[in-house]
Design a protein around this ligand. Structure first.
Ligand SMILES: Cc1cc2nc3c(=O)[nH]c(=O)nc-3n(C[C@H](O)[C@H](O)[C@H](O)COP(=O)(O)OP(=O)(O)OC[C@H]3O[C@@H](n4cnc5c(N)ncnc54)[C@H](O)[C@@H]3O)c2cc1C
Length: 322
């Protein structure tokens, strides 16, 4: 047993860091435990990704985010959160995964990671949703050519690419790879493009209208094989040659981890976790949720901009209890 804390924060993303800064400001003993690198989800975002938020809306703990352009990119955000962790002298354990959280004795939780065990009076789950992709559930999805994470468009030069999805991520992948010389086809369930950043949508619509990017609307990917894919379209099955499939079908929180910690989830498709929106406390006493994990399958509801306040609500509630 290494140590006892007032608060143990699971997840070193922007909101986990915000919780650490609030805990520190309130004079509480705390520790942030992150299974990957600092802001691991942002690190795994596409290389050239630009946030839809302006820099000020990504700020945490009152630390200013000076950015050259109104909307910062991935590199700037990594720089910013690392500087905040440094200047804020945050207590963080990296590359350490929390495996279980169990109530222990009067008013404590016993936390086991792949390296250590801890005791804490309060636990915050700021575990995000970027680790588990929504699978297509089709034949051939296990092939290495099918990817749910996108990084660098250069890799797809002169490759035949199918992009599945019609929202932000799919739009970025389709345009960036097309501009780097990929032959791009999009498979979109809806009759038109979805919710895409307003400065990106017209660009993609033009490419589709001029035929530079082929789009199959009201369609779905039916099967993937080494050299080709089957697309179910309103006109019937279409078979096209293919090198890579980018399945930009979104991600989901680790529901099994939440349930193992005792958090109740709604029994419908949405899997909404149970928590008090005023305090962020779950059905488990002194166990809180913070950040985008709060949305269940509705991963578009919460983001950094509007979930930063979770840190303030949690620390205020702990302060009131004490
Ligand atoms: C492509 C993309 C663009 C986005 N653009 C914007 C934007 O412009 N503006 C905006 O406000 N939001 C945006 N978002 C949403 C928001 O940025 C992210 O979801 C953000 O990462 C949320 O922060 P978080 O701290 O809640 O979760 P995360 O950043 O996902 O952090 C959760 C952390 O918990 C860690 N973790 C998980 N399980 C464990 C465990 N068992 N033990 C230890 N650590 C664990 C993970 O490794 C991860 O680092 C975007 C999201 C995506 C995917």
């Amino acid at each position: 047993m290494s140590h006892t804390y007032d608060i143990l924060i699971v997840g070193g993303g922007p909101i986990g860091l915000a919780c650490g800064l609030e805990a520190k400001k309130a004079g509480l003993s705390y520790l942030i435990v992150e299974k990957g690198c600092l802001v691991n989800s942002l690190f795994h975002y596409p290389l050239h990704m630009t946030f839809f938020s302006t820099a000020d809306r990504l700020e945490i703990g009152g630390y200013p985010f000076p950015a050259i352009h109104p909307k910062p990119n991935r590199m700037e955000a990594l720089e910013y959160y690392r500087r905040v962790a440094d200047v804020g002298q945050l207590q963080i354990k990296l590359f350490e995964e929390v495996e279980s959280i169990v109530p222990e004795g009067e008013g404590f939780y016993h936390i086991t990671t792949n390296k250590e065990t801890y005791l804490a009076r309060h636990v915050v789950l700021a575990t995000g949703f970027y680790d588990i992709p929504n699978m297509l559930g089709i034949k051939g999805e296990e092939l290495p050519k099918v990817k749910h994470y996108y990084y660098d468009p250069h890799f797809y030069y002169k490759q035949k690419l199918v992009v599945v999805g019609g929202n932000n991520s799919a739009a970025d992948v389709a345009l960036e790879t097309w501009r780097r010389g990929a032959e791009v086809s999009m498979v979109i369930r809806e009759p038109e493009l979805g919710s895409i950043k307003y400065w990106v949508k017209p660009d993609l619509q033009h490419r589709i209208d001029e035929g530079a990017i082929k789009a199959y609307f009201q369609s779905s990917l039916a099967e993937v094989r080494e050299q080709e894919v089957d697309i179910q379209t309103p006109e019937g099955l279409v078979i096209i040659p293919n090198d890579y499939v980018m399945a930009m079908t979104g991600y989901r929180p680790n529901f099994a981890f939440l349930e193992k910690a005792g958090v109740q989830l709604s029994q419908d498709m949405k899997r909404y976790p149970t928590y008090n929106p005023e305090t962020m406390e779950t059905n488990m006493p002194r166990l809180y949720l913070a950040g985008v994990v709060c949305g269940g399958m509705d991963t578009h509801v919460w983001f950094i901009e509007n979930s930063r306040e979770h840190a303030v609500k949690i620390v205020r509630h702990i302060g009131q209890q004490r």
